[in-house]
Design a protein around this ligand. Structure first.
Ligand SMILES: [Fe+2]
Length: 332
Protein backbone atom coordinates (compact mmCIF):
# COMPACT_ATOMS: atom_id res chain seq x y z
CA UNK A 1 0.00 0.00 0.00
CA UNK A 2 1.83 3.10 -1.24
CA UNK A 3 0.71 6.42 0.17
CA UNK A 4 0.69 9.09 -2.52
CA UNK A 5 1.50 12.43 -1.00
CA UNK A 6 0.63 15.15 -3.46
CA UNK A 7 3.09 18.01 -3.59
CA UNK A 8 1.69 21.21 -2.09
CA UNK A 9 -1.39 19.27 -1.07
CA UNK A 10 -2.99 19.42 2.34
CA UNK A 11 -4.45 16.01 1.60
CA UNK A 12 -2.73 12.65 2.00
CA UNK A 13 -4.29 9.97 -0.18
CA UNK A 14 -4.28 6.26 0.59
CA UNK A 15 -5.93 3.32 -1.12
CA UNK A 16 -6.95 0.23 0.85
CA UNK A 17 -5.79 -3.00 -0.83
CA UNK A 18 -8.60 -5.15 -2.16
CA UNK A 19 -7.86 -8.11 0.13
CA UNK A 20 -8.09 -5.90 3.23
CA UNK A 21 -11.34 -4.34 1.99
CA UNK A 22 -12.95 -7.74 1.47
CA UNK A 23 -11.88 -9.09 4.86
CA UNK A 24 -13.02 -5.91 6.67
CA UNK A 25 -16.37 -6.02 4.83
CA UNK A 26 -16.97 -9.63 5.84
CA UNK A 27 -16.34 -8.83 9.51
CA UNK A 28 -18.35 -5.58 9.49
CA UNK A 29 -21.37 -7.35 7.99
CA UNK A 30 -21.55 -9.39 11.19
CA UNK A 31 -22.23 -6.25 13.26
CA UNK A 32 -25.68 -4.82 13.89
CA UNK A 33 -26.26 -1.08 14.13
CA UNK A 34 -27.39 -0.34 17.69
CA UNK A 35 -29.85 2.20 19.03
CA UNK A 36 -27.41 5.10 19.62
CA UNK A 37 -29.61 6.18 22.54
CA UNK A 38 -28.57 2.99 24.30
CA UNK A 39 -25.13 4.16 25.37
CA UNK A 40 -23.97 0.70 26.42
CA UNK A 41 -24.97 -0.84 23.10
CA UNK A 42 -23.45 2.08 21.18
CA UNK A 43 -20.16 1.73 23.07
CA UNK A 44 -20.05 -2.01 22.32
CA UNK A 45 -20.57 -1.27 18.60
CA UNK A 46 -17.84 1.37 18.66
CA UNK A 47 -15.38 -0.91 20.46
CA UNK A 48 -16.03 -3.74 17.99
CA UNK A 49 -15.60 -1.29 15.10
CA UNK A 50 -12.26 -0.02 16.44
CA UNK A 51 -11.08 -3.59 16.71
CA UNK A 52 -11.98 -4.22 13.06
CA UNK A 53 -10.17 -1.07 11.95
CA UNK A 54 -7.08 -2.11 13.91
CA UNK A 55 -7.26 -5.59 12.38
CA UNK A 56 -7.72 -4.54 8.75
CA UNK A 57 -5.94 -1.23 8.26
CA UNK A 58 -2.43 -1.84 6.84
CA UNK A 59 0.41 -0.43 8.91
CA UNK A 60 1.03 2.60 6.71
CA UNK A 61 -2.64 3.58 6.74
CA UNK A 62 -2.78 3.11 10.50
CA UNK A 63 0.28 5.36 10.85
CA UNK A 64 -1.22 8.01 8.57
CA UNK A 65 -4.43 7.93 10.59
CA UNK A 66 -2.52 8.28 13.87
CA UNK A 67 -0.54 11.18 12.39
CA UNK A 68 -3.71 12.89 11.28
CA UNK A 69 -5.24 12.75 14.76
CA UNK A 70 -2.04 13.71 16.59
CA UNK A 71 -1.63 17.32 17.73
CA UNK A 72 -0.77 19.52 14.79
CA UNK A 73 2.73 19.46 13.44
CA UNK A 74 3.87 21.03 10.17
CA UNK A 75 4.67 17.58 8.72
CA UNK A 76 1.24 16.08 9.22
CA UNK A 77 -1.45 16.62 6.58
CA UNK A 78 -4.60 18.37 7.70
CA UNK A 79 -6.69 16.19 5.47
CA UNK A 80 -6.66 12.47 4.81
CA UNK A 81 -8.42 10.57 2.04
CA UNK A 82 -8.67 6.80 2.34
CA UNK A 83 -10.18 5.11 -0.71
CA UNK A 84 -11.62 1.65 -1.29
CA UNK A 85 -12.93 1.10 2.25
CA UNK A 86 -15.83 -1.33 2.70
CA UNK A 87 -19.39 -0.26 1.91
CA UNK A 88 -22.70 -2.02 2.40
CA UNK A 89 -23.15 -4.45 -0.49
CA UNK A 90 -26.80 -3.72 -1.15
CA UNK A 91 -27.60 -0.28 0.29
CA UNK A 92 -31.15 1.10 0.24
CA UNK A 93 -32.06 4.24 -1.72
CA UNK A 94 -30.71 7.48 -0.25
CA UNK A 95 -33.12 8.53 2.51
CA UNK A 96 -35.20 11.51 1.32
CA UNK A 97 -36.17 12.16 4.95
CA UNK A 98 -32.51 12.46 5.98
CA UNK A 99 -32.82 9.61 8.50
CA UNK A 100 -30.83 6.40 8.55
CA UNK A 101 -32.84 3.67 6.80
CA UNK A 102 -33.59 0.85 9.25
CA UNK A 103 -32.95 -1.72 6.51
CA UNK A 104 -29.33 -0.60 6.01
CA UNK A 105 -26.56 -2.88 7.22
CA UNK A 106 -23.94 -1.31 9.50
CA UNK A 107 -20.81 -1.57 7.36
CA UNK A 108 -20.16 2.12 6.66
CA UNK A 109 -21.07 3.14 10.22
CA UNK A 110 -18.65 0.55 11.57
CA UNK A 111 -15.84 1.81 9.36
CA UNK A 112 -16.54 5.43 10.34
CA UNK A 113 -16.60 4.61 14.04
CA UNK A 114 -13.52 2.41 13.67
CA UNK A 115 -11.48 5.10 11.92
CA UNK A 116 -12.36 7.80 14.45
CA UNK A 117 -12.71 6.20 17.84
CA UNK A 118 -9.26 4.68 18.06
CA UNK A 119 -7.89 8.23 18.25
CA UNK A 120 -10.73 10.66 19.01
CA UNK A 121 -14.39 10.73 20.01
CA UNK A 122 -17.50 11.08 17.89
CA UNK A 123 -19.59 14.02 19.09
CA UNK A 124 -23.07 15.17 18.06
CA UNK A 125 -25.66 17.77 19.00
CA UNK A 126 -29.23 16.99 19.98
CA UNK A 127 -30.28 20.04 17.94
CA UNK A 128 -28.90 18.66 14.67
CA UNK A 129 -30.10 15.47 12.97
CA UNK A 130 -31.71 14.53 16.31
CA UNK A 131 -28.28 13.90 17.82
CA UNK A 132 -27.45 11.00 15.50
CA UNK A 133 -23.76 10.10 15.86
CA UNK A 134 -23.51 9.59 12.10
CA UNK A 135 -25.39 11.96 9.80
CA UNK A 136 -27.04 11.14 6.49
CA UNK A 137 -25.93 13.81 4.01
CA UNK A 138 -28.29 13.61 1.06
CA UNK A 139 -30.89 15.97 -0.41
CA UNK A 140 -33.91 16.13 1.88
CA UNK A 141 -37.36 16.65 0.35
CA UNK A 142 -38.28 20.30 0.78
CA UNK A 143 -34.72 21.41 1.62
CA UNK A 144 -33.03 20.93 -1.77
CA UNK A 145 -32.65 24.69 -2.24
CA UNK A 146 -31.14 25.39 1.17
CA UNK A 147 -27.44 26.09 1.57
CA UNK A 148 -27.01 23.16 3.90
CA UNK A 149 -26.11 19.49 4.06
CA UNK A 150 -29.71 18.75 3.03
CA UNK A 151 -29.53 20.80 -0.19
CA UNK A 152 -28.43 20.48 -3.79
CA UNK A 153 -27.40 24.10 -4.39
CA UNK A 154 -23.74 25.23 -4.29
CA UNK A 155 -22.33 25.41 -0.76
CA UNK A 156 -19.42 27.85 -0.55
CA UNK A 157 -16.39 26.89 1.52
CA UNK A 158 -17.20 27.09 5.22
CA UNK A 159 -16.61 25.44 8.57
CA UNK A 160 -19.31 23.50 10.41
CA UNK A 161 -21.03 24.73 13.58
CA UNK A 162 -19.15 28.06 13.50
CA UNK A 163 -21.55 29.52 16.08
CA UNK A 164 -20.34 27.25 18.88
CA UNK A 165 -17.51 28.16 21.22
CA UNK A 166 -14.25 26.86 19.65
CA UNK A 167 -13.73 24.07 22.20
CA UNK A 168 -17.29 22.84 21.61
CA UNK A 169 -17.43 22.94 17.83
CA UNK A 170 -16.33 19.79 15.98
CA UNK A 171 -12.56 19.44 15.90
CA UNK A 172 -12.90 17.67 12.60
CA UNK A 173 -15.18 15.89 10.18
CA UNK A 174 -15.22 12.53 8.49
CA UNK A 175 -17.21 12.37 5.25
CA UNK A 176 -17.90 8.89 3.88
CA UNK A 177 -19.09 8.23 0.35
CA UNK A 178 -21.96 5.80 -0.10
CA UNK A 179 -23.30 6.89 -3.47
CA UNK A 180 -22.27 9.69 -5.79
CA UNK A 181 -23.85 9.20 -9.21
CA UNK A 182 -23.28 12.81 -10.32
CA UNK A 183 -19.64 12.55 -9.19
CA UNK A 184 -20.18 15.81 -7.32
CA UNK A 185 -17.00 17.29 -5.89
CA UNK A 186 -16.27 18.03 -2.29
CA UNK A 187 -13.91 21.00 -2.09
CA UNK A 188 -11.44 21.66 0.69
CA UNK A 189 -9.33 24.74 1.28
CA UNK A 190 -6.66 24.91 4.00
CA UNK A 191 -6.70 28.03 6.16
CA UNK A 192 -2.99 28.55 5.52
CA UNK A 193 -3.72 29.17 1.84
CA UNK A 194 -6.15 31.91 2.82
CA UNK A 195 -3.61 33.43 5.19
CA UNK A 196 -0.89 33.39 2.51
CA UNK A 197 -3.15 35.19 0.06
CA UNK A 198 -4.94 37.62 2.37
CA UNK A 199 -3.61 41.15 2.84
CA UNK A 200 -2.46 41.72 6.46
CA UNK A 201 -5.18 44.34 6.97
CA UNK A 202 -7.85 41.76 6.14
CA UNK A 203 -6.37 39.21 8.56
CA UNK A 204 -6.30 41.88 11.29
CA UNK A 205 -9.99 42.59 10.72
CA UNK A 206 -10.89 38.89 10.66
CA UNK A 207 -9.20 38.48 14.06
CA UNK A 208 -11.51 41.03 15.69
CA UNK A 209 -14.77 40.02 17.44
CA UNK A 210 -16.89 41.99 15.00
CA UNK A 211 -18.74 39.15 13.28
CA UNK A 212 -22.11 37.66 14.07
CA UNK A 213 -22.18 33.88 13.59
CA UNK A 214 -25.78 32.60 13.39
CA UNK A 215 -26.65 28.95 13.95
CA UNK A 216 -26.95 27.18 10.58
CA UNK A 217 -30.25 25.95 9.20
CA UNK A 218 -29.29 22.34 9.98
CA UNK A 219 -29.52 23.13 13.72
CA UNK A 220 -32.90 23.30 15.44
CA UNK A 221 -31.71 26.07 17.71
CA UNK A 222 -31.87 29.82 17.16
CA UNK A 223 -28.60 31.29 18.38
CA UNK A 224 -25.90 33.69 17.29
CA UNK A 225 -22.60 34.73 18.80
CA UNK A 226 -20.32 37.69 18.19
CA UNK A 227 -16.79 36.41 17.65
CA UNK A 228 -13.78 36.67 15.33
CA UNK A 229 -13.53 34.60 12.16
CA UNK A 230 -9.83 33.81 12.68
CA UNK A 231 -8.02 33.46 16.00
CA UNK A 232 -4.80 31.97 17.39
CA UNK A 233 -4.73 29.01 19.76
CA UNK A 234 -2.35 28.60 22.73
CA UNK A 235 0.42 27.48 20.37
CA UNK A 236 -0.10 30.46 18.10
CA UNK A 237 -1.65 28.33 15.35
CA UNK A 238 -4.36 30.11 13.36
CA UNK A 239 -7.89 28.69 13.51
CA UNK A 240 -11.02 29.61 11.61
CA UNK A 241 -14.78 29.41 12.11
CA UNK A 242 -17.06 30.86 9.46
CA UNK A 243 -20.14 30.19 7.43
CA UNK A 244 -19.04 32.38 4.54
CA UNK A 245 -22.56 32.68 3.09
CA UNK A 246 -24.27 33.50 6.39
CA UNK A 247 -21.81 35.36 8.64
CA UNK A 248 -23.00 38.90 9.40
CA UNK A 249 -21.13 42.14 10.13
CA UNK A 250 -21.59 44.13 13.30
CA UNK A 251 -19.86 47.25 11.89
CA UNK A 252 -18.49 48.73 8.70
CA UNK A 253 -15.04 47.16 9.12
CA UNK A 254 -16.67 43.74 9.40
CA UNK A 255 -18.85 44.40 6.36
CA UNK A 256 -15.77 45.19 4.28
CA UNK A 257 -13.84 42.23 5.65
CA UNK A 258 -16.63 39.77 4.79
CA UNK A 259 -16.83 41.14 1.24
CA UNK A 260 -13.04 40.91 0.88
CA UNK A 261 -12.96 37.39 2.29
CA UNK A 262 -15.68 36.20 -0.09
CA UNK A 263 -13.89 37.80 -3.04
CA UNK A 264 -10.60 36.22 -1.97
CA UNK A 265 -12.16 32.76 -1.62
CA UNK A 266 -13.49 33.08 -5.18
CA UNK A 267 -9.91 33.44 -6.42
CA UNK A 268 -8.33 30.58 -4.47
CA UNK A 269 -8.06 27.13 -5.92
CA UNK A 270 -9.61 24.43 -3.75
CA UNK A 271 -8.66 20.77 -3.68
CA UNK A 272 -11.54 18.87 -5.20
CA UNK A 273 -12.36 15.30 -4.29
CA UNK A 274 -15.05 13.02 -5.68
CA UNK A 275 -16.17 10.91 -2.74
CA UNK A 276 -17.31 7.66 -4.28
CA UNK A 277 -18.53 4.58 -2.40
CA UNK A 278 -16.00 3.59 0.26
CA UNK A 279 -14.00 6.83 0.21
CA UNK A 280 -13.41 8.50 3.59
CA UNK A 281 -12.28 12.14 3.79
CA UNK A 282 -11.10 13.40 7.17
CA UNK A 283 -10.12 16.99 7.87
CA UNK A 284 -9.77 19.48 10.72
CA UNK A 285 -12.83 21.71 10.89
CA UNK A 286 -11.01 24.80 12.18
CA UNK A 287 -7.97 24.46 9.89
CA UNK A 288 -9.62 23.48 6.60
CA UNK A 289 -12.73 24.91 4.97
CA UNK A 290 -15.01 22.67 2.94
CA UNK A 291 -17.77 23.10 0.41
CA UNK A 292 -19.36 21.48 -2.60
CA UNK A 293 -20.74 22.19 -6.06
CA UNK A 294 -24.41 22.07 -7.02
CA UNK A 295 -25.48 18.63 -8.19
CA UNK A 296 -28.33 16.62 -9.58
CA UNK A 297 -28.87 12.90 -9.21
CA UNK A 298 -28.29 10.64 -6.23
CA UNK A 299 -25.60 11.59 -3.77
CA UNK A 300 -25.41 10.12 -0.29
CA UNK A 301 -22.60 10.71 2.13
CA UNK A 302 -22.42 10.00 5.81
CA UNK A 303 -20.75 12.44 8.18
CA UNK A 304 -19.41 12.20 11.69
CA UNK A 305 -18.00 14.97 13.83
CA UNK A 306 -15.12 14.22 16.14
CA UNK A 307 -13.38 15.92 19.03
CA UNK A 308 -10.25 15.24 21.09
CA UNK A 309 -12.12 14.72 24.33
CA UNK A 310 -15.74 14.69 25.41
CA UNK A 311 -14.81 15.66 28.96
CA UNK A 312 -15.20 19.44 28.48
CA UNK A 313 -18.61 18.85 26.89
CA UNK A 314 -19.69 16.64 29.78
CA UNK A 315 -18.40 19.10 32.37
CA UNK A 316 -20.18 22.03 30.72
CA UNK A 317 -23.52 20.25 30.32
CA UNK A 318 -23.54 17.88 33.30
CA UNK A 319 -24.01 14.95 30.92
CA UNK A 320 -22.88 11.48 32.08
CA UNK A 321 -19.35 10.31 31.29
CA UNK A 322 -20.32 8.07 28.37
CA UNK A 323 -22.60 10.65 26.68
CA UNK A 324 -21.64 11.92 23.23
CA UNK A 325 -24.79 13.94 22.37
CA UNK A 326 -25.02 17.49 23.73
CA UNK A 327 -27.38 20.46 23.64
CA UNK A 328 -25.78 23.15 21.46
CA UNK A 329 -27.63 25.82 23.46
CA UNK A 330 -25.38 24.93 26.42
CA UNK A 331 -22.19 25.13 24.35
CA UNK A 332 -22.23 28.71 23.01
FE1 LIG B 1 -20.33 21.60 6.06
Amino acid sequence: MQPTLLQTSALRRLHLPEAARKAWLRDALALTFPDPGDLTAWRAFVDASVELANRHLPADAAAALAGFFAPESPEDPEGLLIENLPVDPDPPKPPADGKRPASKTAVSESVIAGLIEGHAAIVSYINEKSGAPIHEITPVAGSEHTTSSAGRVPFACHTDAAFLAPRFSPRGLLLYGLRNEPRAHTAILPLDRILEAAPPSLVRSLEKPIFRHPSPSSFQVAAAVIAPIIWRDNQGLARIAVQTHAVQPVNEEAREAIAQLRALLDTLETERVVLGPGDALLFKNDRVLHGRDAFTGERWLQRAYFTDSLKPFQERTGAPCNAFVFDAAQLL
